[in-house]
Design a protein around this ligand. Structure first.
Ligand code: GLC
Length: 549
């Protein structure tokens, strides 16, 4: 994977978000580890993903599952050693898999030596590495993110009698990026991991790096200036490495994080995600078209990342209050399913464990421009455990096979970091990799096909993307156009058959090929002017007009 050739490798890559603690425990201590991930690289290769995103691996008191870092230069002992990490990178690269890791820039753990020193006294040389104030009245316009646990972004430090600033848990003090030493220290952290050969970072909680009174302390110009500095640093030294932004914002605001192609390479598209669920519920594609219509173009060399679920709650920040209420009542009828402004459930339970809807939701994601990001376990339709606190219910052990500890660990069951899912519907007997691998119609195999399909036609996704309206509101139709031709993708969001004639001029009268026709088809293909698209309930159809034919 050398030199400039693969410089845009990420633009059509399929990403796999992997929580190491949950994936595979190689040493029987009940916690997944890096050696366990190495054991399972062939599985990821078989699935067909291109790049693994590893959640934070650093030493941490785990008050926020590793997003509270106490040492940026190490590996948490549960996960193994730095040598294991090096081996993982080598083994992944050997198989043509890329690896990006989480970089938590906004805050540290309160147990990080920087903060310990900072809070020791007002005269500490590290005092100014964090944001301290005599009052808790500054920055009142900044919203609280962890609404269910925090009532202020300030926490009082008894000993030095000042408040420190934190956008997340109070055990996660925010670093002070107005201090050039902090800005420099974070570049040092980046250098360390990039020198190990990683392919980039998913950069956590980007919008909140700076604070300015009278603003909401999000997306400030100072933040963009620092991101540009990070990008210059990465580009100059590791030209193939990428920076992916976690910025849970409206598309217009996220657009700014691409700069002129000189900030992030990639950013998650947060607002389209809940709209896929809304459209499925309403059996109406309009909300997806609307949010895509307000999504600005991005500089070449940049790319969106699309996703359906991740390790956090399904956030409902980027929807209207009415849409949020609707999402809650439809998808989180039990209070325990709600967290902050979101829903702490996995994909399969959200969609009633209906294989057709699960495949459709993925197919929609795969038919939009942007690199799809899968969340571990969702490729086999794992369930969740709402009895576990916080977001832990969607972070349970990966279900490899039927039987003791689902093939995740050889430890006694009571030593596992979290119980395996054992409900009749989602337990190991019904949901496991081994069984789905040999079952042709399984979700795993449908996902494999979808990934392969997307990769086969990836050049179309770098061209233009147009949403066309057909006479049926329950149909989402998107056309990708490139010099090779046109790829039109149709989805039926409803539980009834739908049939309509194809009125998209470039495709009329042309020879069309069905490139994926599991649950949709073209009738009258011999008479293209009256070609009819027929979609089964929740079915999709990919149609190609190939210029070379
Ligand atoms: C991001 C992470 C989330 C974490 C938070 C604070 O939003 O995705 O898991 O709790 O940042 O680091």
């Amino acid at each position: 994977m050398s030199a400039k050739k693969n410089i845009l490798w990420y633009q059509n890559a399929v990403f796999y978000e992997l929580y190491v603690r949950a994936f595979r425990d190689s040493n029987g201590d009940g916690h997944g580890d890096l050696v366990g991930v190495i054991e399972k690289l062939d599985y990821l290769k078989e699935l067909g993903v291109d790049c693994i995103w590893l959640l934070p691996l650093y030493p941490s008191p785990l008050k926020d599952d590793g997003y509270d870092i106490s040492d940026y230069y190490g590996i948490h002992s549960d996960y193994g050693t730095v040598e294991d990490f090096d081996r993982l990178i080598t083994e992944a690269h050997k198989r043509g898999l890329r690896v990006i890791t989480d970089l938590v820039v906004n805050h540290t753990s309160d147990q990080h030596p920087w903060f310990v020193e900072s809070r020791a006294s007002r005269q500490s040389p590290k005092r100014d590495w964090y944001v301290w104030s005599d009052t808790d009245q500054l920055y009142q316009d900044a919203r609280i993110i962890f609404l269910d646990t925090e009532d202020s972004n300030w926490a009082y430090d008894e000993k030095t009698q000042q408040y420190y600033w934190h956008r997340f848990y109070s055990s996660q003090p925010d670093l002070n990026y107005d201090n050039p030493e902090v800005a420099q220290a974070m570049l040092g952290v980046m250098r360390y991991w990039l020198d190990k050969g990683i392919d980039g970072f998913r950069v956590d909680a980007v919008p909140y790096l700076f604070e300015r009174d009278g603003t909401d302390c999000e997306n400030l110009p100072e933040t963009h200036a620092y991101v540009k500095e990070m990008r210059r640093f990465v580009e100059a030294n590791w030209p193939e490495a990428i920076m992916l932004a976690e910025a849970n914002q409206w598309p217009e605001d996220v657009r700014a994080y691409f700069g002129d192609g000189d900030e992030f390479h990639m950013a998650f598209h947060f607002p389209v995600m809940p709209r896929i669920f809304i459209s499925l519920h309403l059996e109406n594609a309009q909300v997806i078209r609307d949010v895509m219509a307000r999504t600005p173009a991005i500089p070449s060399g940049c790319q969106w990342c699309t996703f359906l679920r991740n390790h956090d709650e399904l956030t409902l920040e980027m929807v209207t209050p009415e849409e949020r209420e609707m999402m809650w009542s439809v998808y989180a009828p039990d209070d325990r399913m709600r967290l902050n402004l979101g829903i702490r459930r996995r994909l399969a339970p959200l969609l009633g464990n209906d294989l057709r809807k699960i495949v459709l939701a993925n197919n929609i994601m795969f038919s939009l421009q942007g690199a799809p990001v899968l969340y571990y376990g969702d490729e086999i339709g794992m369930g969740d455990n709402i009895d576990l606190p916080d977001r832990n219910g969607v972070r349970t052990p990966m279900q490899w096979r039927e039987g003791a500890n689902v093939g995740f660990s050889e430890a006694p069951a009571d030593k596992l970091y979290a119980p395996v899912i054992d409900s009749p519907e989602y337990g190991h007997k019904r949901v496991n990799v081994a069984e789905q691998r040999v079952n042709a119609g399984s979700l795993f195999n449908r996902m494999k096909e979808l990934i392969a399909l997307r990769k086969r036609y990836q050049s179309f996704f770098s061209g233009s993307q147009e949403f066309i309206e057909v006479a049926h509101p329950e149909v989402l139709a998107v056309v990708h156009c490139c010099d090779k031709g046109e790829l039109a993708i149709f989805h039926n969001l409803s539980g009834s058959d739908v049939s309509f004639s194809l009125h998209h001029p470039p495709m009329q009268g042309a020879a069309l090929t069905e490139v994926s026709c599991k649950d949709g088809r073209l009738s009258n293909p011999g008479q293209p002017t009256s070609a009819q698209v027929e979609l089964d309930p929740y079915g999709s159809l990919w149609l190609l007009r190939d210029n070379s034919l």
